[in-house]
Design a protein around this ligand. Structure first.
Ligand code: AMP
Length: 559
């Protein structure tokens, strides 16, 4: 066991829960967990002021798992969440933390799915029910006793639930649960409506708030980038192409993530290493020394493992995973900009973490500007710039040392100086793509999204949420020789895949198997087409209309 595991082990949780948490890769409890877990374990009602990203789910899930009686096959804990997405996420978190507790059953109850199986799962012995208020009320209307055995109630993101108009549903649910229950309420903000709920339904609640002091970070140029969680590694690789860094530290949340990212970086030729709590102290010191003296350029670390790390060479901090609180953000980015130097900090933000970004901006008193992922042209320019920089010192003197050899080689090969230089360049650049078309081909598609896009997590029952999901789902990888094209026509224009297929086949004169996948989204569609002859094909389709509207198919670049 490493020294940090003491953090969770000291919390009085069942060893099987601690083991599952450590197996997940968490190294130590976050601030909200540290404070909430003892209070909930002690049986108090609680109000926790915390946002997504602070680790609030585990802050209530771990003590609740500790409290339930696995031998009883009836609902004991009810977690209310504002949206289907959050309900599913919380249910999955419970399952993860309960991995080493046989007999624990978790059911997620939300709108848009059939009610029968949900009710059966509850009746079949789920001890933990994670539900959206609207759907749970539907169940209560069918069976008013369904919650009569619940002893622990958690309201997660209570302010969001009220914003979505669930106030009345919450009252119905409070009434359906025995008054002897323990109630825990988490909310990012505490408007009077929340305080009034707490007054009426919580008993002498303890308050937990992660104190946020304003801290300024001036010498550091900060930016954020919106990216989906599963696209973080390609996004980091792309950013590194253009960022001019000396040494860089990338922060992630789990040990596994340190290993995954470090491996991806090494595979791309970066001198990178992982730093996490599993690595023995003397080995960690070696990693830090290597970063100091340039044997390493990138360290991928968890917060715990990076403690005390002070390397003046660090010019960049990448927050690949969101920090738990603004203080640790400030702490992380303070690793750069040391000794009066300039530093740059980049923060990757996933859709669910937008709020945390706002909190960071408030606490640091600074706007963290939105950056875009560099496109192929920027990547190419950066590569050429690096190549030029590496050649610059040589052109001054290599002619003296290698000029004769050059003459001999051109003579022996019977080629022009240009031809030989090109051959040498190809050799020296080791297969790296250095023209636009090959950079475009090689760059994986990294779908990003803009900060202003509304989150899809706002609607529990409506279909807007599902549609939002579909809009933002990452495109699938492309087959060799295919490119993706986009049209602004989508489902809302009454378009189906077969209409697009028909139009392209008829007007483009293509064979059926030349057309790849067609994805119809709400406000646009993507079609996979052969790269070969694409311009010709797009010209042919210039005036094509589908469902009465102009198709206007264009090559799609996600940047
Ligand atoms: P939440 O604020 O509950 O949505 O949690 C945000 C993310 O932090 C989730 O991906 C969790 O898996 C992760 N997380 C929560 N607690 C810890 C911890 N103590 N160490 C590392 N990661 C954590």
């Amino acid at each position: 066991m490493t020294q940090e595991t003491g953090g969770f082990a000291a919390l009085d949780l069942h060893p099987n829960i601690v083991a599952a948490v450590l197996a997940t890769g968490y190294e130590e409890p976050s601030a909200i967990q540290q404070q909430s877990i003892p209070i909930i374990l002690a049986g108090h009602d609680m109000i926790g002021q915390a946002q997504t990203g602070t680790g609030k789910t585990a802050a209530f899930a771990l003590p609740i798992l500790n409290k339930i009686d696995v031998s009883k096959r009836e609902p004991q804990a009810l977690i209310l969440a504002p949206t289907r997405e959050l309900a599913l996420q919380v249910a999955t978190a419970f399952e993860t933390y309960a991995k080493q507790m046989p007999g624990v059953n978790v059911v997620a109850v939300y709108g848009g799915a059939p009610m029968g199986p949900q009710l059966r799962a509850i009746r079949n012995g789920a001890q933990i029910v994670v539900a959206t208020p609207g759907r749970l009320c539907d169940h209560l209307r069918r069976d008013e006793k369904v919650l009569s055995t619940v002893q622990y109630l958690v309201l997660d993101e209570a302010d969001e639930m009220l914003k979505l108009g669930f106030m009345d549903d919450l009252e119905v649910i409070f009434d359906a649960i025995p008054a002897t229950r323990q109630t825990v309420l988490f909310s990012a903000t505490l408007p009077s409506s929340i305080r009034s709920i707490a007054e009426r339904h919580l008993r002498e609640p303890k308050h937990v708030k992660i104190q946020s002091k304003t801290q300024t970070v001036t010498a550091i140029d900060q930016a954020h980038l919106m990216v989906h969680a599963d696209q973080k590694i390609p996004a980091v690789l792309r950013l590194l192409e253009v960022e001019e860094f000396d040494a860089l530290i990338a922060f992630v949340r789990t040990k596994q993530a340190t290993l995954d990212l470090a491996a991806a970086l090494e595979a791309k030729g970066y001198k990178a290493a992982a730093l996490n709590g599993d690595i023995a102290q003397n080995q960690r010191e070696r990693v830090i020394d290597s970063l100091k003296d340039g044997r390493l350029d990138i360290v991928v670390a968890t917060d715990v493992a990076a403690r005390g790390l002070d390397v003046p060479r660090i010019t960049h901090v990448f927050n690949v995973d969101m920090p738990y609180d603004p203080e640790s953000y400030v702490h992380r980015i303070g690793r750069t900009g040391r000794a009066g130097r300039e530093g740059r900090a980049l923060l990757l933000v996933t859709p669910r973490e937008r709020r945390m970004l706002q909190v960071i901006e408030r606490v640091t008193g600074q706007k963290v500007a939105e950056a875009r992922l560099p496109g192929p042209q920027a990547v190419l320019d950066a590569r050429i710039k690096k190549l030029t920089a590496s050649l610059a010192p040589l052109v001054a003197e290599a002619e003296a040392t290698h000029g004769q050899l050059f003459d001999r080689l051109t003579a022996d090969l019977g080629c022009s100086a240009r031809a030989l230089s090109a051959a040498l360049l190809r050799k020296a650049t080791n297969g790296q793509s250095l023209d636009l078309a090959s950079v475009e081909r090689e760059q994986p598609l990294v779908p990003t999204f803009a900060a202003r896009e509304r989150s899809s997590e706002r609607s529990d029952r409506g279909e807007r949420s599902e549609r939002g999901d579909r809009e933002r789902r990452a495109p699938m990888p492309l087959a060799e020789g295919r490119v993706r094209c986009r049209t602004a026509l989508g489902a809302r224009d009454g378009i189906a895949a077969k209409n697009l297929l028909g139009a392209i086949l008829n007007e483009g004169g293509l064979a059926r198997d030349a057309i790849g996948r067609i994805q119809v989204r709400d406000s646009f569609s993507l079609v996979e087409l052969p790269e070969d002859g694409l311009e010709r094909l797009l010209t042919k389709l210039k005036d094509t209309r589908v469902a009465g509207k102009q198709l206007k198919l264009r090559r799609y670049r996600e940047d």
